[in-house]
Ligand binder design. Sequence first.
Ligand SMILES: [Zn+2]
Length: 133
Amino acid sequence: MVFTILILKRRERGRISVRGVRLVEPAILHGEGGDTAAPDGYPFQVGYCESDGIYPGTTLPQYILYLVADSEKERTDWIISIRRICEEYSPKSFRYHPSLWQGRKWTCCKSLTRRALGCQVATLWPEYNNNPN
Ligand SMILES: [Zn+2]
């Protein structure tokens, strides 16, 4: 199963396999080190790997897609819905970065490594997603 991201005049811009999703969490796009081009609203992030085959077993996302909802409720609804359809696939990330990677460091924790373990604890996934990493 895939879900389709529709932006810019409803043209399909890409697909993410639900099997590859590692994390679904709120995000911070504005403020110091943020993206001035980011639209106002309620951002959240979907961290994913392109397929299970590239980094089998890794809990770290290969890519992060940032999305912006129109309201707090809509953001919560999106996060819950996406997590629900992805949760049966393992592994999942148990930590994440709320802010953006700035090319040299994470804005949130100033970590200098792109693949540094997240500085925030992720929302709990079901027990079967449990993974020591
Ligand atoms: Zn961080």
